[in-house]
Write a protein that binds this ligand. Structure first.
Ligand SMILES: *[C@@H]1O[C@H](CO)[C@@H](O)[C@H](O)[C@H]1NC(C)=O
Length: 382
């Protein structure tokens, strides 16, 4: 960070995507022999000036894209110039360039799949570039969002925080026949419905014996997503609520029109937030300001320090009690204004109110009615 001045985030946003204005260029890296079993492409952007102990964001692309495309289509390289971090862009080795989130190898800690190679890139950054091991972040879009949930499940010790744009729960896109990089219609269409405890068990089975903390995570999803249906957001949130011991049916706070008009942010505890984007399809656009806040580069809503979650899946958190035993760092404003969920069990506008497998509120707040979008998803709409 030393050596240059922070730019106002508004001007950063204006510059985002203007690759020609960057201080440096995209480079290729090579993992040590044996550390890249599936031959995942390794691209990275290291600004001309980085912090002495730089943070790292691993940014994982969608199907049909690549590390190079994601470098160009996302704002992270411009933000790296401003904040002095390094961006790693892994690139899928598979035909069609989706990620393998279905094979036993990739679904297992140190299992030798794509997830293993990406985790090794983060470790490489720490060892080779003197990156700050306590500030390694991961984010991704669509197939890259599935990979982000999977990386949070299989390598919880690496990531300080994660943000997920339009994915599915870790282990949802599994292949029953062990297929690599397989498509799973059941999961894509939102028909895999599990309890928080079941999802937590899926996570723990990916890294048996791990008792350390898990990764604070933000999950974005659009209500008009017809590629990965909206109920997948519920399953992602149930998964991490299960892991962190939060009560999925009693979020601590529901913020309308946050961070954008028509977006609803639901907070389940310091480490788990879901953001439902009304009318947005596949995929929710990257929210650079939100990511910079969640990853702690900009003040106003940083993910809490990792704590808890290691193996504890039974405790639940009351809706109006203090949401964490750890030092809660979401932000002073949110922690002092925690509100109870609607009484009589009514979901907020844009909240879910029904659908196969739904066990939450069936009512809607006044001014909205419960409307069936598909058999798996009914929503409170005005
Ligand atoms: C798709 O994933 C679900 C879990 O989400 C799993 O039960 C099912 O067996 C998978 N389907 C195939 C064809 O592998």
């Amino acid at each position: 960070m030393a050596g240059f001045t922070r730019t106002l985030l508004s001007s950063v946003a204006l510059c985002a995507g203007l690759v020609s204005a960057l201080t440096s260029t995209l480079q290729t890296g090579t993992l040590p022999s044996g550390q890249n079993p599936t031959n995942v492409g390794f691209y990275y952007y290291k600004p001309t000036t980085v912090a002495a102990k730089p943070a790292v964001i691993v940014a994982v692309h969608e199907c049909t894209a690549s590390g190079t495309v994601y470098f160009q289509s996302t704002p992270y390289a411009g933000l790296a110039d401003t904040y002095g971090f390094i961006v790693i862009y892994p690139s899928s080795p598979h035909s069609g360039t989706c990620w393998d989130v279905s094979s036993k190898a990739t679904l297992t800690h140190n299992g030798g799949g794509d997830s293993n190679a990406i985790a090794n890139m983060a470790t490489y950054a720490i060892n080779t570039w003197n990156a700050d091991a306590s500030r390694i972040f991961v984010t991704g879009t669509s197939s890259g969002a599935m990979m982000t949930n999977l990386l949070a499940a299989t390598y919880p010790e690496i990531w300080a925080a994660a943000s997920v744009y339009s994915g599915v729960a870790a282990g949802c896109f599994v292949s029953s026949t062990g297929g690599v990089d397989a498509w799973n219609s059941t999961c894509a269409e939102g028909q895999t419905v599990d309890t928080p405890q079941q999802w937590a068990n899926v996570v723990h089975a990916m890294y048996p014996g791990y008792t350390g903390p898990y990764v604070p995570i933000q999950e974005y999803h659009g209500t008009a997503d017809t590629t990965l249906y909206p109920p997948n957001l519920n399953e992602e949130l149930k998964q991490w609520c299960g892991v962190f011991g939060y009560n999925y049916n009693a979020p601590t706070q529901v913020l309308q029109n946050t961070p954008n008009s028509g977006y609803t942010k639901t907070i389940y505890g310091p480490a788990v937030q879901g953001i439902l984007a009304q009318g947005v399809g596949h995929t929710v656009p990257i929210q650079p300001t939100q990511d910079m806040m969640w990853f702690g580069f900009v003040a106003g809503g940083a993910a809490p320090a990792k704590s808890g979650g290691g193996g504890s899946t039974t405790s639940s958190v009351g809706s109006t009690t203090s949401v964490s035993s750890s030092s809660s760092i979401i932000s002073t404003t949110t922690t002092t204004s925690v509100v109870a969920p609607p009484t009589g069990c009514q979901s907020a506008e844009y909240g879910q109110c029904g659908g196969i497998g739904w066990t939450g509120c069936n009512g809607c707040v006044s001014g909205t009615t419960c409307q069936v979008l598909n058999s798996y998803y009914s929503q409170c709409l005005a």
